[in-house]
Write a protein that binds this ligand. Structure first.
Ligand code: NDP
Length: 308
């Protein structure tokens, strides 16, 4: 058993930024990075909209920089995933990897969000055999081949553009007749010669054989069924917040996002704060996650002064 004044769960922009501020405030934070050190940003390539990098910055470099910056101020950054929590009283108890208990005087939840899947049986069957939710992780395997991307948001457009640079052809399967993505992103997609947009289409089934995905059966509108031949099938239809572990104690909204106070990062449990995508259904940017991590650390600092 160990004890922390400030325990941070999550190794994305929110968690690392919270660790930078908490360590500089003398809270000796302990941060567990979770399943995906670096967070969702590690599934992207170049980040062009993080202030301070006019030419863009490689996402892994950005995250590594945040991590090193936190460590340089003394944050204790550890590998490990929170598998159970008890937030019924302070100190809060957090079990790491099912075995080690950490007692925390304050807790900052920055566990992020996870990619959504369509829920088709064929999708589960071919996951890792052509079905992926990360183009930058798996796109390399489809060089010169044809692939499909499902979704019409910024992520789908970004993934499609990335794949368009590697693959022969990219189909975008969009369920409405408009994109949800920003105008700038849409324009880049429209300008890509090897992206074909299949408007008003839904996936009925992912087709394949023993070697993996070979195509997808789509429905356009009400009843026009047709197949496309692809080797890779990429999901980019949004994310769900990683809040299940905490839901018995803290308030979440109807989609599972942790509810925080209007003006601070406080949750319904005094001493527990949330930052980043686990509590943000709206902005979901690295810069907004980082900002909320800063706020959460400042909130934890104030809480400890008032409650010690
Ligand atoms: P979004 O929620 O913005 O978009 C999800 C897309 O998937 C929508 O087009 C939606 O369709 C579609 N979709 C959802 N469920 C299904 C389904 N079951 N079947 C088919 N299609 C489905 O998620 P994103 O991940 O794209 O973006 C999340 C946030 O991150 C946004 O705020 C975005 O702006 C931001 N972002 C910013 C980037 C940047 O600035 N560089 C890069 C990537 C993301 P519909 O529109 O019909 O609901």
């Amino acid at each position: 058993m160990s004890r922390a004044k400030c325990l941070i769960l999550g190794g994305g922009p929110a968690g690392y930024t919270a660790a930078i501020y908490a360590s500089r405030a003398g809270l000796a934070p302990v941060l567990y990075e979770g399943m995906e050190p670096g967070g969702q940003l590690t599934t992207t390539t170049v980040v062009e909209n993080f202030p301070g990098f006019p030419g863009g910055i490689d996402a892994l470099t950005l995250m590594d920089g945040m991590r090193k910056q936190a460590a340089s101020f003394g944050a204790d950054i550890r590998r490990g995933v929170a598998t159970a929590v008890d937030l019924s009283e302070r100190p809060f108890k957090v079990i790491i990897d099912g075995k080690e208990t950490v007692e925390a005087e304050t807790l900052i939840i920055a566990t992020g969000a996870t990619a959504k899947y369509l829920g088709l049986p064929s999708e589960a069957k071919f996951r890792g055999l052509g079905v992926s939710a990360c183009a930058t992780c798996d796109g390399f395997f489809y060089r010169g081949k044809d692939v499909a991307v499902v979704g019409g948001g910024d992520t789908a457009c970004e993934e499609a553009l990335y794949l368009a640079g590697l693959c022969r052809k990219v189909y975008m399967i969009v369920r409405r007749d408009v994109f949800r993505a920003s105008k700038a992103m849409q324009e880049k997609v429209f300008a890509a010669p090897n992206i074909e947009i299949l408007w008003k289409c839904q996936t009925r089934e992912i087709l394949g054989d023993d070697s993996g995905v070979t195509g997808a059966r789509l429905v356009r509108g009400e009843d026009e069924v047709f197949d496309i031949a692809v080797d890779g099938f990429f999901l980019a239809i949004g994310h769900h917040p990683n809040s299940e572990l905490f839901a018995p104690w803290i308030e979440t909204d109807d989609k599972g996002y942790i509810v925080t106070s209007d003006k601070t990062q406080e949750t319904a449990v005094p001493g527990v704060f949330a930052a980043g995508d686990v509590q943000d259904p709206l902005y979901r940017q690295a810069i907004t996650a980082a900002a909320s991590g800063c706020r959460a650390a400042r909130d934890a600092e104030r809480f400890l002064v008032e409650n010690s």
